[in-house]
Design a protein around this ligand. Structure first.
Ligand SMILES: *Cc1c(COP(=O)(O)O)cnc(C)c1O
Length: 364
């Protein structure tokens, strides 16, 4: 089977939109070429539309989603600062690691894997944190954490949200929910290959930046000068031109289809997949009412694995016989849970139909 035929339903990169692949073929301009700068400005405008924000400091960090996490954290947290972090999966855990490397005092609020965080627990965890940080869509568990109530009750704290798997997949309102810092990734619901991390930062957060970020590359004060200066750009680093073309094209697809329509398409695929799995006797892993449509987590059907096969064997057969990649479990649920992505261009009903049919053929 040709690699080009693969349907990527894992939690990692999905299939890019065809328009995105085409964008990679555009002639490579210089990174200070006025035509490139205009395209970058338009990309940032498009990002503001999908983030639902007017923040001037909105742009793609030149690296993957984890760099967006690091960029947002390293510019607001230093020694002596306190951050409350919600942890109910791998990515909340990663935020704790990054924040503690900055010397911040980390107050963890844990929820069991598969369950959502209680916003009130985050608000009650510390009387005066500088930052409250939470993952909107936990890709390791398929759980959505509620953001709006945290924004409503945050007081003087800055609210920092991981939107890597939520941006363009489920409703997200940066300004209306009071989110001060957010980062995403191109390869989840935006339908673009991995490589950039869209970031947005409020004026309130900029005012409370650490004096000097210990990271040169991710120093948002330096980057803000050239992102928000409008026109005259100084050299900071060489923008990854072709990736910006790709993001620009992916955002164009999303906005042309309509952000709400794209979210509805993700929802319809998630609904069909989850209903189809339940019909077949599977047990969904994520807490009801907090299930992500774009990432379905389901208990491995141990008693229905084919003779002599483990769960990894089923995933291998899906890949080699049907060209469908699904993801395994991470951390405490490794080997126990499958994670099935339905994101961006991959979020098509026909892909769900094919996966369910393939499972019918493989499983007892
Ligand atoms: C994928 C992901 C990340 C990390 O993004 P990379 O592109 O792998 O660096 C962070 N947070 C969440 C919720 C993710 O799903």
């Amino acid at each position: 089977m040709s690699h080009a035929d693969r349907i990527l339903m894992g939690p990692g990169p999905g299939n890019p939109y065809p328009q995105v692949i085409k964008a990679f073929g555009r002639p490579v301009l210089g990174h200070l070429d006025p035509d490139f700068i205009a395209l970058l400005d338009e990309t940032n405008d498009r990002l503001r539309e999908v983030f639902r924000t007017t923040n001037p400091l909105t742009f793609p960090v030149s690296a993957t989603g984890s760099a967006g996490m690091e960029a947002t954290i390293v510019n607001v947290l230093g020694p002596g600062d306190t951050v409350v972090i919600g942890v109910n999966g791998v990515f909340g855990e990663r935020m704790c690691d990054v924040a503690s490397r900055c010397g911040a005092t980390v107050v963890r609020v844990d929820a069991e894997w598969g369950w959502a965080l209680d916003p009130q627990d985050l608000l009650d965890a510390h009387p005066d944190p500088k930052v409250i940080a939470v993952v909107h869509a936990e890709t390791s568990t398929g759980v959505r954490n509620d953001i709006a109530p945290i924004g409503a009750g945050k007081g003087d704290a800055l609210l920092l949200v991981d939107c890597v798997t939520s941006l363009a997949g489920i409703p997200l309102e940066i300004d209306a929910w009071g989110v001060d810092l957010a980062y995403s990734g191109t390869q989840k619901c935006l339908g673009v290959p991995p490589g950039l991390s869209p970031v947005t930062v409020s004026a309130a957060a900029i005012e409370r930046f650490v004096e000097k970020s210990p990271s040169w590359y991710l120093d948002l004060q330096m980057i803000a000068e050239y992102v928000t200066s409008g026109g005259a750009r100084a050299y900071h680093h060489t923008a990854p031109i072709s990736m910006i073309y790709a993001l620009h094209a992916g955002l164009g697809v999303v906005l042309e289809e309509g952000l709400e329509n794209v979210q509805a398409r993700h929802q319809a695929c998630g609904d069909k997949l989850q209903a189809g799995l339940v019909d077949r006797g599977f047990e969904l892993f994520a807490q009801e009412g907090h299930r992500l449509p774009e990432l379905t987590s389901v208990m491995v059907p141990i008693d229905r694995l084919p003779e002599g096969s483990d769960e990894a064997g089923v995933r291998t057969r899906l890949l080699t016989e049907y060209g469908i990649e699904i993801g395994g479990g991470l951390g405490p649920v490794a080997g126990k849970v499958w994670r099935i992505g339905c994101m961006g261009h991959t979020a098509r009903i026909r892909n769900v139909t094919l996966l369910l049919a393939a499972l019918d053929e493989i499983l007892d």
